[in-house]
Design a protein around this ligand. Sequence first.
Ligand code: FES
Length: 114
Amino acid sequence: MRTLRWHKLEIEIPRDEEFIVPVAVAGKKLCLIRHEGKLYLTQRSCPHAGGQLSGGWCKKGMLICPLHRYGYNLENGRGAEGQGDYIDIYPLRIDSDGLYAGIKENLFKRFFGR
Ligand code: FES
């Protein structure tokens, strides 16, 4: 069973209109992205061949990997047509004291450490 747990992002959110910054949350290496006025949190490693998506760019709602230019939909993580892959997208919550990332946690692992 997996449950969603909220983790505060310990970073200053850039003021830039568009950005991609690497962040670490709950032991995961992720990307915090602002694109077309909206914040997104995605996995950092590209599923194609491990490129660092934090070095990529966004275009028309897609996150583009800098290595071979595969694209991933920022809303649902789906790879562009013909790729047949996807990235994980994590929920974000804005609270009065900052930004929180929702990370699914395996309850068995949480209680028994495995
Ligand atoms: S490693 Fe990302 S497109 Fe190839």
